[in-house]
Design a protein around this ligand. Structure first.
Ligand SMILES: O=C([O-])[C@@H](O)[C@@H](O)[C@H](O)[C@@H](O)C(=O)[O-]
Ligand SMILES: [Mg+2]
Length: 423
C-alpha cells in the first residue's frame, strides 16, 4: 500500500452555526444547528467529510475513527466493515439531526458516509481529479437546487428579526421565495408544510403558483396528514405540484395516497434504507426517492440507490437538512455524476449566515439556481481553520448537544403537539 494513502489521523470537530426559527411539523429550529466536520489525514494531504452533530452520532463517529489509523483511503470496503463491526448491536435511535423525523435509516450507513466522503476527497486530491470523476464523471456542470421555503417567525423570541423576517401566510411565503430567487436564481420551489391546517398550506402553494407560474412546486408536510387529507390536498393541487413529498406516514400510508394522487409522491421518510426498497416497490408507494448521502451510506451507495431507482422506474431527487459547505460540495459532486437526478435538489444552504462556513469562500459558486460543479481535485473545498475554530467554540458555548425542535417550540407554546398525523 503506498504510504501516502495511509490514514494517519482522524479528527472530528463538532460545530454550531446560527439557524433561523424555521417551523415544521415537530416544532421550530433552535438558534443553533449542529454539524460535525471530519478530517482524515494522510502523509500528503487531508480529506473532508461532514455529518450530523448530535452527541449520539458523535460518539458513534469517534468509535470508528479510533480504528481507522493505518487503513488505506482506497479501502472504503474495509472502512464500511469497521463501521458494521464497531456499531454491531447499537440499537439506539436518534443522532441524525433530523428532529426525530427520520429514525429508521441504517446506523452504519450514517456513520460510514462522512468517512467515505473524506476518503474520496483524498483519492481525488492524490489523483488530481474532482470527486465527480471518481463517481463516473460529471454529466452536468451545474447542479440545480430548489428554493426551500419555510414558514417562520420573524426572529427567535427575544432576539432581533433575522434577514428573512416572518413568513406565516401566503404573502409572507411569496416574499420569502422572491428574496431567495432574487439572490440565488432558483428555478424550483419547495415548501416545508405540516405547520398550519392543510387548507392554509394549499392556499400558500396556489399563491406561489400565481406568483411564479413557470416554476415547479412541491410541498412536504413530513407525514403530518392522514391518508384522506393527503388525497384531498393532492386533488386540490393537481396540475400545480411537480411532486408531493411525504404527505402521509410509512410505506403503507404513501401507497394508499399513491392510488389516488394525480402527481408523483416523493419521500425521505418512508424509504430511507435499502431494506425499505422492496416493500415500497411492491406496494408502488413512491415514485420519487429523495436520496441523501448522509444516511444512504455515502456517495457510492447513493449511486447504487440511483441505479435501483432507474431499474424500477422511480425517479430521484435529493433531500437536505441544515448543512455546511463540505456537504454542499459532496451533494454537488454526487448529483453531477448521477445521470438520473431528475429534479432540482433540496438544500438548506440559504438559511445559514454567509460568513458561517467551515470552507474557504469562493470554491462553491452559485449560478442560476445551481452550484457550479467544482473541478479542482477532490471535493474542491478547503478548510477555513479560523472559522472552524469559531464554529467549534460556538458549539462549546451554545450548550446544545442534540437537535430538538419540539422542546424548543414548547418553551413558547407549552401545549404544542408533535404527534403525527395532525390533520
Ligand atoms: O429542517 C427541517 O425542519 C426539515 O423538516 C428537515 O428536518 C427534514 O429532514 C427535511 O428537510 C425534509 O425534507 O423532510
Ligand atoms: Mg422531506
Amino acid at each position: 500500500m503506498p504510504p501516502r494513502s495511509t490514514i494517519k489521523d482522524v479528527i472530528i470537530t463538532p460545530v454550531a452555526f446560527h439557524d433561523m426559527p424555521l417551523l415544521n411539523s415537530v416544532g421550530v429550529h433552535e438558534p443553533w444547528a449542529l454539524r460535525s466536520v471530519i478530517e482524515i489525514v494522510t502523509d500528503k494531504t487531508y480529506g473532508l467529510g461532514e455529518s450530523y452533530g448530535d452527541s449520539i452520532h458523535l460518539d458513534r463517529l469517534q468509535k470508528v475513527a479510533d480504528k481507522l489509523k493505518g487503513r488505506s483511503v482506497y479501502d472504503t470496503n474495509a472502512v464500511y466493515q469497521l463501521c458494521l463491526d464497531s456499531l454491531e448491536g447499537d440499537t439506539s435511535t436518534g443522532g441524525d439531526g433530523m428532529a426525530g423525523m427520520v429514525t429508521t435509516a441504517f446506523v452504519a450507513d450514517k456513520v460510514f458516509s462522512p468517512f467515505e466522503v473524506a476518503c474520496l476527497d483524498i483519492q481525488g486530491k492524490l489523483a488530481g481529479v474532482p470527486v465527480s470523476d471518481l463517481l463516473g464523471g460529471r454529466v452536468r456542470d451545474n447542479v440545480q437546487y430548489s428554493a426551500y421555503l419555510f414558514y417562520k417567525w420573524a426572529g427567535h423570541p427575544g432576539q432581533p428579526d433575522d434577514e428573512y423576517g416572518a413568513a406565516l401566510d401566503p404573502a409572507g411565503l411569496v416574499a420569502q421565495a422572491r428574496k431567495m430567487i432574487d439572490e440565488y436564481g432558483f428555478q424550483a420551489i419547495k415548501l416545508k408544510g405540516g405547520v398550519f391546517p392543510p387548507a392554509e398550506e394549499v392556499a400558500a402553494i396556489k399563491a406561489l403558483h400565481t406568483a411564479f407560474p413557470d416554476l415547479p412546486l412541491r410541498i412536504d408536510p413530513n407525514a403530518a396528514w392522514t391518508v384522506d387529507t393527503s388525497i384531498w390536498v393532492a386533488k386540490e393541487l393537481e396540475g400545480i405540484l411537480q411532486y408531493l413529498e411525504d404527505p402521509a406516514g410509512e410505506i403503507e400510508g404513501m401507497a394508499a395516497v399513491a392510488t389516488q394522487a394525480p402527481m408523483p409522491l416523493a419521500t425521505n421518510m418512508a424509504v430511507v434504507a435499502f431494506s425499505h426498497l422492496p416493500p415500497a416497490i411492491l406496494q408502488k408507494a413512491v415514485q420519487v426517492v429523495l436520496s441523501d448521502h448522509h444516511f444512504w451510506g455515502g456517495l457510492r451507495k447513493s449511486q447504487t440507490l440511483a441505479a435501483i431507482c432507474a431499474t424500477w422506474g422511480m425517479r430521484l431527487s435529493m433531500h437536505s437538512n441544515s448543512h455546511l459547505g463540505i456537504s454542499l460540495a459532496a451533494m454537488t459532486h454526487l448529483a453531477a455524476a448521477t445521470t438520473n437526478v431528475d429534479y432540482a435538489c433540496d438544500t438548506h444552504w440559504p438559511w445559514k449566515q454567509r460568513d458561517e462556513d467551515v470552507v474557504v469562500d469562493g470554491a462553491l459558486k452559485w449560478d442560476k439556481g445551481g452550484v457550479v460543479v467544482p473541478t479542482a481535485p477532490g471535493l474542491g473545498v478547503e478548510l477555513d481553520r479560523e472559522r472552524l475554530a469559531r464554529l467549534h467554540q460556538q458549539y462549546l458555548d451554545c450548550g446544545l448537544r442534540k437537535r430538538d425542535d419540539t422542546t424548543y417550540m414548547r418553551k413558547f407554546q407549552p401545549d404544542f403537539s408533535d404527534k403525527i398525523p395532525k390533520w
